[in-house]
Design a protein around this ligand. Structure first.
Ligand code: SF4
Length: 207
């Protein structure tokens, strides 16, 4: 099968590429990630994706424009839930942009199908992305090749470490960077977590 694999980054590509190859599919990578900020981080992940591709002999296409302003224009008007444990609405928009572009590019380049390394992540909203990818496939008249790569999570980490790839400490956008490192947000999470736990216990005691 002639498959385009959208690559969210180098480390997340390790297991999907290995698995697809073991199934007899030689994917072609496509790096398109306007969700990665700031510039130096985006540049580092782009270089790491190329380094990975070079190390494992993977053909890749890369979109090399830093699109922070376009990303912000897409997500700044989106209302976010107050509870940091709830799925972020901006992520839906972020998945949709990347998967739409992957499907469009795959169709334009004559691939039979497309998929994404996003389906390897245990941190993303898997079912939401699946639904979006299916819709994008229909929109551009190209098959969405679905595979849940999450069972290979640890194996993918091990491969990336063996290859000496840079592993990023946060998802990508400037918001996720703040959520990862802000003491204030961590405190807020703990507080909400405690309140949710207390409420669960209260409900259980009523049963
Ligand atoms: S947290 Fe990750 S998936 Fe969500 S919007 Fe930011 S970069 Fe995209």
């Amino acid at each position: 099968m002639n498959l385009l694999l959208h690559m969210c980054c180098g480390p997340c590509s390790c297991y999907p590429v290995k698995k697809l190859r073991s199934d007899g599919i030689e994917p072609v990578g496509y790096f398109f990630n306007p969700n990665i900020h700031p510039y130096l981080e985006w540049d580092h992940r782009l270089k790491t994706a190329k380094e990975y591709a070079d190390k494992v002999g993977l053909k890749i296409y890369t979109e090399e424009h830093y699109l922070l302003k376009d990303f912000l224009a897409k997500v700044m008007t989106i209302e976010e839930p107050d509870n940091p444990f709830l799925p972020r609405n901006r992520c839906r928009s972020c998945y949709a942009w990347r998967l739409d572009e992957a499907a469009r590019f795959a169709a334009e380049q004559g691939f039979e199908a497309f998929t994404s390394t996003l389906f390897y992540s245990i941190h993303q909203q898997h079912e939401v992305m699946k639904e979006i990818a299916e819709a994008c496939g229909k929109k551009y008249g190209i098959d969405f090749y679905y595979e849940d790569f999450r069972p290979g999570w640890q194996e993918g980490i091990d491969i990336s470490l063996e290859l000496g790839l840079y592993r990023q400490p946060y998802c990508g956008c400037i918001f996720s960077e703040e959520e990862r490192f802000s003491k204030e947000i961590r405190k807020q999470r703990k507080k909400i977590g405690r309140a949710m736990k207390a409420e669960r216990e209260r409900m259980e005691s009523l049963e």
